[in-house]
Unconditional design. Structure first.
Length: 344
């Protein structure tokens, strides 16, 4: 556990599930699981509030009331609660999955809106959740592997948020009003949760906003709106492949940095990131996270080592080559991102 104010750390366990660290909203407590599959709800002062046996989790979340515990297994099946009260939420196939896709299913909660979001890998499946059950026996391929919005009380899907391709990361805003996504195929989308069937395109950093209904070929410049693009950062010297671009819309993670609408989009392998506003397709600013050390953007499996606190305007990333962290502070008035601490 890292203390960001005192800039120190202590080891809580040397027997922990690498995918199980999760801080609980508005509480000084967090989730983790040991390698004997025991899940702990523990305060930062060391008090064990609750613990229970469970399957090996590949990502889990819990609300501040501690009434809604949701966990994913290795095949991206989702379950609510534990022990005798465990209840399947999604159990409709074993593909896509953790092993098949090479990433975790990302789970995020909005308590204010009583919803949660799941995002893993998508083939742009379009279906009506009212007609396609989320629990089906003897089915190989899951319809619910992409970006899905769920009701946390009924545990039923509200909407399938289609449009992404391949590995996809998505998150819901703290107030529950927006969902934003980015994927391996460079597609970025956003939805207002009041109208979840209507998706909106984010701009590519270089091409602009794709105009889906424009009557032009893909190689025609008129197929894209570039009217509000901002200059992208360039390297002083091209790399060995002749590339000087320091940003990419091939997305490894998205994360809100502000309680209102601002979020960050992280490109695979890159140390430059983009600031966006939910509801606005255009990048607002670019930030350099630096390369000493390089942030952990080199693997979709490492996307959980990128985390934010929207209330505190803090970004924390892991490192590519060691077990340390780097802490950044965002100023929403000045729109600056400042490195505060590198811990190795």
């Amino acid at each position: 556990m890292w203390n960001l104010e005192k800039q120190n750390r202590k080891i809580l366990s040397s027997n922990a599930n690498i995918y199980s660290a999760y801080f609980i909203h508005d509480r000084n407590a967090f989730l983790w699981q040991d390698l004997s599959n025991e899940v702990y709800i523990q305060t930062v002062n060391g008090e064990i509030i609750e613990h229970f046996s469970h399957f090996p989790t590949y990502g889990h979340v819990i609300d501040s009331s501690l009434n809604h515990y949701i966990a994913s297994d290795s095949e991206w099946n989702l379950f609510h609660d534990h022990g005798e009260n465990i209840q399947p939420i999604k159990q409709d196939g074993n593909s896509p999955s953790f092993l098949g896709s090479g990433k975790l299913m990302h789970l995020t909660l909005s308590e204010e809106n009583e919803t949660f979001l799941s995002a893993g890998s998508s083939g742009d499946e379009e279906f009506d959740p009212a007609e396609q059950p989320a629990i089906v026996e003897n089915q190989l391929f899951s319809y619910y592997g992409g970006v899905v919005l769920w009701d946390i009380e009924t545990l039923r899907p509200i909407a399938n948020l289609s449009g992404n391709n391949s590995k996809v990361d998505a998150t819901i805003s703290p107030d529950g009003k927006w969902v934003v996504s980015g994927d391996e195929s460079t597609i970025g989308l956003f939805w207002n949760t009041d109208t979840p069937t209507k998706s909106n395109r984010m701009a590519s950093y270089y091409s602009g906003v794709f105009l889906e209904d424009a009557p032009y070929d893909l190689d025609d410049p008129r197929k894209f709106d570039r009217s509000r693009l901002i200059p992208t950062p360039k390297a002083e010297k091209p790399d060995r492949w002749g590339n000087s671009e320091l940003t990419t819309t091939t997305t490894v993670a998205v994360a809100f940095i502000n309680d209102s609408k601002e979020f960050l989009r992280f490109g695979i392998y890159k140390h430059w990131i983009a600031l966006f506003e939910a509801g606005n397709p255009w990048p607002q600013k670019y930030f350099d996270l630096g390369t000493d050390p390089h942030p952990s953007t080199f693997s979709y499996l490492r996307s959980q080592s990128i985390a934010t606190s929207p209330q505190a305007h803090v970004l924390v990333t892991g490192h590519v080559n060691d077990g340390g962290i780097t802490v950044y502070r965002y100023d929403p008035d000045e729109r600056t991102l400042t490195k505060e601490w590198v811990a190795k």
